[in-house]
Design a binder for this molecule. Structure first.
Ligand SMILES: Cc1cc2nc3c(=O)[nH]c(=O)nc-3n(C[C@H](O)[C@H](O)[C@H](O)COP(=O)(O)OP(=O)(O)OC[C@H]3O[C@@H](n4cnc5c(N)ncnc54)[C@H](O)[C@@H]3O)c2cc1C
Ligand SMILES: *[C@@H]1O[C@H](CO)[C@@H](O)[C@H](O)[C@H]1NC(C)=O
Ligand SMILES: *[C@@H]1O[C@H](CO)[C@@H](O)[C@H](O)[C@H]1NC(C)=O
Length: 648
């Protein structure tokens, strides 16, 4: 029996990475404790901005609308460069993302609000909240239990100390009173006032508590305590760059203040402008760098005034009048990463705990949340006995690759933005090169191009490709379809909720053709058979779609087939009444409400409209395997390499 101090997962750190993981685990009802040494969450400043891919994930947890409504939207980017007359000229205007990159926009909103949405969603799923003013002091892993995955085995022991108010109050460089600085975030302001008292955080100050866990995740930021316990450190060679970051309300005659714009001046350096919610604008100004083994930059020489002055010099001849400063900081970062994210698959690192980079790449919060999005369901599968612990290996394989790419990207970007941009061979960067580079980064920055290499959870690519638009290892690219039963238009990925289920999408092709119809029926018979993956991997008492959900998309017109014509397993009866799952059947067609707007999913993904294909999608929306309807048995063989049969 688990005692009250035994947890499946203990998360150290409640920033974006820790909260995203806690949200996954709350959603999947995994016994979780999340602690943070700070007494309140971030209220103003720090990271802002969430890329399209992060919004897709927010959708899958049900809180995307809050982001879309509160955030500022980045739809266009502009570049300004020095003009011949000594002024500045707009040399480029382009969409922030290529049209069709994602069904969601790129949104910017302060980190504090994003954390708020994550916290609310966690609480709504199963009442999970953060234990604040708590930090670990000792962590031990029992080697004898490392490979014991039985329910009563808790190999990691953590000592947690409850902190006093002094220890738990965050200090941020340059901010006199970090907590009360923002005057635009009303309900979070209330957190600041009451957060510390909520649950009597300091009642236990000084006390120690011992907890046991199956898994511990260090999402405790760049100076990670957990990482140190593992004996790992962040490695990298480049200098730290020092950024002045300022959130302000301004009056200006610069025309692109509500667009994301980069401004490169004649000799005063460059600046990145990001429009924000509530009339705020964020300015990123590179203030200098520290050499890797040399002295630290003299921070005292930098103040909000000096950041403003630098910005004003860069903006000339435009006027920049700063009316209100909401938040500012000096943010010092280098491009560094830990060579590993775990030593024994019991203690993991996520987010800044294993990679740091400059804010110019604007990926810290995104990547951190996506680290945990990749990890959460895997841990849950193992805890729930659905999958072999071997799948945990894939976390490091997948996310270390992303971190490496991120650092590389950031390194190039930082060079481009440095006071006097130089290329890797030391030559000055021409404005042409600057522009070209900026254009090339869009897709990468949107997060939609992240690609995992083949591993246990990503099958090697097969030739010929039956769905060229769905490469193995990338997130499923969504297009609009229409539901057969109620004629409602959907984006197919709107159906891929983060509920821990795998999805098997049957692109059934043209089922008016008798031969194709036969193929679909054979595929359905396999799925319904006791040897098929649905019955093999689903516990006997659960609905047949509770581990793998099958969705069917035909290429025919919506009205050419009645829903009743499909085999039962494709729209299974639900417990307890046997009502039918009408929401599993779709067509590549327009709907009565969007008559001129067919999603053309077959065409966009390059799938043959007659013969179709089968796509297996992981619980994190990553494409695992594409095969033909004839080869549907390969889905079962693939899954049986790591899924645990449930003896139906
Ligand atoms: C002052 C500051 C300014 C920043 N400015 C920008 C910016 O302008 N633009 C940008 O893109 N990014 C910025 N960032 C980075 C961005 O906030 C991070 O990339 C992002 O938050 C990473 O998320 P994370 O969850 O991995 O780590 P974090 O957000 O750092 O979260 C770590 C959490 O762990 C807690 N913690 C740490 N150690 C312990 C411990 N021993 N015990 C318990 N809890 C612990 C911390 O209190 C914190 O809540 C800034 C970060 C900081 C700190
Ligand atoms: C952590 O706890 C273990 C077991 O109680 C103990 O042996 C070890 O010395 C402690 N480590 C530290 C750094 O206090
Ligand atoms: C997330 O990604 C977007 C798109 O690149 C970027 O603009 C934003 O600043 C990023 N946010 C953070 C804090 O990483």
């Amino acid at each position: 029996m688990a005692s009250s101090s035994d947890y499946d997962v203990v998360i150290v750190g409640a920033g974006p990475a820790g909260l995203m993981l806690a949200l996954w685990l709350a959603r999947l009802k995994i016994r979780t404790k999340i602690v943070d040494k700070r007494s309140v969450k971030v209220l103003a400043g720090q990271a802002d901005g969430v890329q399209c891919r992060t919004l897709e994930v927010a959708h899958s947890f049900g809180f995307v609308q809050r982001l879309i409504e509160e955030g500022a939207h980045i739809n266009e980017i502009c570049n300004w460069t020095p003009a011949a007359d000594g002024g500045l000229e707009r040399t480029k205007r382009m969409p922030d993302n290529e049209p069709g990159t994602s069904r969601f926009p790129h949104v910017v909103l302060t980190q504090g609000r994003i954390e708020r949405f994550l916290l609310d969603a966690m609480r709504d799923f199963n009442g999970l909240g953060v234990d604040r003013a708590v930090a670990p002091t000792n962590m031990t892993v029992d080697p004898a239990l490392l490979t014991d995955f039985s329910p009563s085995s808790y190999p990691v022991t953590l000592k947690l100390r409850h902190l006093s108010e002094d220890e738990a109050t965050p200090t941020q460089v340059g901010i006199a009173n970090g907590l009360h600085r923002s005057n635009v975030l009303s309900d979070d302001e209330a957190d600041a006032m009451h957060g510390t008292r909520e649950g009597g955080a300091y009642a236990l100050a000084g006390e120690e508590e011992t907890v046991r866990a199956k898994f511990v995740v260090g999402a405790d930021g760049a100076r990670s305590w957990v990482r140190k316990q593992l004996g790992l450190s962040l490695e990298g060679e480049s200098a730290n760059s020092l950024w002045g970051v300022l959130d302000a309300v301004v009056v200006t005659d610069f025309p692109d203040i509500r667009l994301k714009s980069s401004v490169q001046s004649h000799g005063a350096g460059s600046i990145l402008v990001v429009p924000r919610e509530n009339d705020l604008v964020r300015f990123y100004v590179q203030m200098g760098s520290t050499d890797p083994n040399g002295e630290r930059f003299d921070r005292s020489s930098i103040s909000p005034e000096s950041i403003v002055e630098t910005a004003q010099r860069i903006f000339q001849p435009f006027k920049l009048d700063i009316k209100h400063i909401d938040w500012w900081t000096l943010y010092e970062v280098g491009q560094r990463m830990s060579p590993q994210v775990t030593l024994d698959n019991r203690v993991f690192l996520a987010g800044d705990a294993f990679h740091t980079h400059s804010p110019k790449a604007g990926q810290g919060m995104n990547t951190s949340m996506m680290d945990s999005f990749s990890l959460g369901w895997k841990i849950a599968h193992v805890v729930q006995g659905k999958a072999s612990p071997a799948i945990l290996e894939t976390y490091g394989l997948e996310r270390l690759k992303v971190a490496r790419e991120l650092l590389d990207f950031d390194y190039k970007l930082s060079r481009m933005f440095a006071g006097k941009p130089i290329t890797s061979d030391g030559k000055p960067v021409s404005h042409e090169e600057f522009k070209k580079f900026y254009e090339s980064i869009g897709k990468w920055a949107s997060g939609t191009a992240v690609a995992y290499l083949p591993n246990m959870l990503v099958a090697p690519e097969r030739e010929p490709r039956l769905a060229p638009g769905l490469p193995h290892g990338q997130r499923f690219e969504s297009h609009a379809v229409v539901a057969l039963a109620d004629a409602r238009p959907w984006h197919l990925a709107d159906r891929f909720l983060s509920d821990g289920r795998w999805r098997l999408v049957l692109f059934a092709g043209d089922v008016r053709e008798p031969q194709q119809r036969d193929k679909l029926e054979q595929a359905a018979a396999y799925l319904d058979s006791s040897a098929g993956p649905l019955r093999t991997f689903t516990p006997a008492d659960d609905d047949l779609d509770s581990v793998i959900e099958v969705l069917t998309v035909i290429s025919d017109p919506r009205t050419s087939v009645e829903p009743n014509a499909f085999p039962d397993v494709l729209w299974p009866p639900k417990k307890p009444y046997g009502s039918r799952s009408y929401d599993k059947l779709y067509a590549d067609d327009s709907s009565p409400v969007t008559p001129n707007d067919r999603g053309e999913i077959y065409k966009h993904l390059g799938i043959d409209a007659k013969t179709g294909c089968v796509v297996l999608v992981r619980p994190d929306q990553v494409v695992a395997l594409v095969c033909s309807l004839d080869d549907i048995g390969d889905i079962g063989s693939f899954l049986s390499q790591f899924m645990v049969p449930q003896q139906q």
